[in-house]
Every structure is written in structure tokens, then in C-alpha cells.
Design a protein around this ligand. Sequence first.
Ligand code: C5P
Length: 212
Amino acid sequence: MIIAIDGPAASGKGTLAKRLAAHYGLPHLDTGLLYRAVGKAVLDQGGEPADPVAAAAAAQMLDLAQIDEMALKADLYGNAASVVGAIPAVREALLAFQRRFAATPGGAVLDGRDIGTVIAPEAEVKIFVTASPEARADRRLKELVGRGEPADAATVLADIRKRDARDAERTVAPFRPADDAHLLDTTHLAIEPAVRAALDIVEAFRAGRGRG
Ligand code: C5P
């Protein structure tokens, strides 16, 4: 069973993906980390994330074994990720790895922006996680404060809106729900009820195919 989870920044998709993967014993890939790692590699080399040549080269040379989730959490890399993610050659370079992961025998959980539409349109379960920009900015702000990073509410909200717009407006793999995705709005949901709602979606699928 492939579970595809797409959603904007701070929608809760990462937490939901991890929890579903643990629940069903499936491997999990946070595809945002790939784009973040490319953005970081470009910045580390003193390059511009918007430079298609530098970004494509970084994507082609990406060493997946070196991906360090904690080091990639900073908003700086989230923003760089959304810039490199708009470059077709970058998406192309990261495609095969993600598709292979999705095809893991026994299934997999992937989260990102284009899992249900481009990476695994064949996924049995697609969940599109949403939440209002204000709710997401509030979560992000708490996360930043928790990590001791400087944070300002208005800047965080503006960044979230900017990233949403960039992801939705790009020409290649624009961020949008697959036609057959289940929408899960977490604006007013804490983590546990959101996990329950996601499990209900997966269980409804399993019951439907006779593995209830
Ligand atoms: O999910 P996360 O915040 O880590 O993603 C960072 C950025 O990477 C997103 O804003 C998006 O531009 C890009 N991304 C993408 N496609 C994915 C995952 C992430 O374009 N499948």
C-alpha cells in the first residue's frame, strides 16, 4: 500500500506521515528533505538557489546518505528548497529516487507537495493536508521559539504565504491536490485527532478492499 501525503508547510503532513508509517510498519520518505538538501548545497557553495545550472548540478550530485534532517530544518533551507523546487531540472534529477522509494515492495509512505500527482499517482491512499496560513504560521512560530531561533509572527506568516504562492504557481509539478485525494483540514485539529482522522481514511480504504 502506497500512502501519499501532500500539504503545505506546517500543515502537519510530516507528523502524520511518520505516524502512519509507524502504525503500518512502512518505510517513510520526507521528500521535502531532498529539496532542502539541494537548496543547502547551493547555498553552502556560495551559489544562488534560483540559478538553474548550480541547482541542477547540486540535485544531480546529491548524496542521499548524507541527508541530515536536523541540519535541514531551518527556514532558510525551506525557502531555498522552494526556489530550487521550481526548477524543472532539479525535479527531474530527484524523480527516479522518489519513484523507486514509492515502489518499495510492501508499500511506503511519502510526504511532500507532488506525491499524489506526480511521484506516485498510483498511490492507493492520498491525503491532502491543509490548514489556514494563520494556523500554520502559529505552529511554525512555536517550533522556532522552541528551538531558540529568532522569530517574528508577521515575518513567519509572510514567509508561509510567499512559499505557498511559489509552490502553487510554478510551472512544473505545481502544488495542488490530486483529484482522488482525501482532504484533511487540520486548522482546528490537535495532533492526535488529526492522526485519528488520517488513520480513518486509510482504514476505510483497507476495509473497501477487503482487509478490514
Ligand atoms: O515540506 P518542506 O517544507 O520540507 O518542503 C520544502 C520545500 O520543498 C517546499 O516549499 C517545496 O517548494 C519543495 N518541495 C517540493 N516537492 C516536494 C517536497 C518539497 O517542491 N515533494
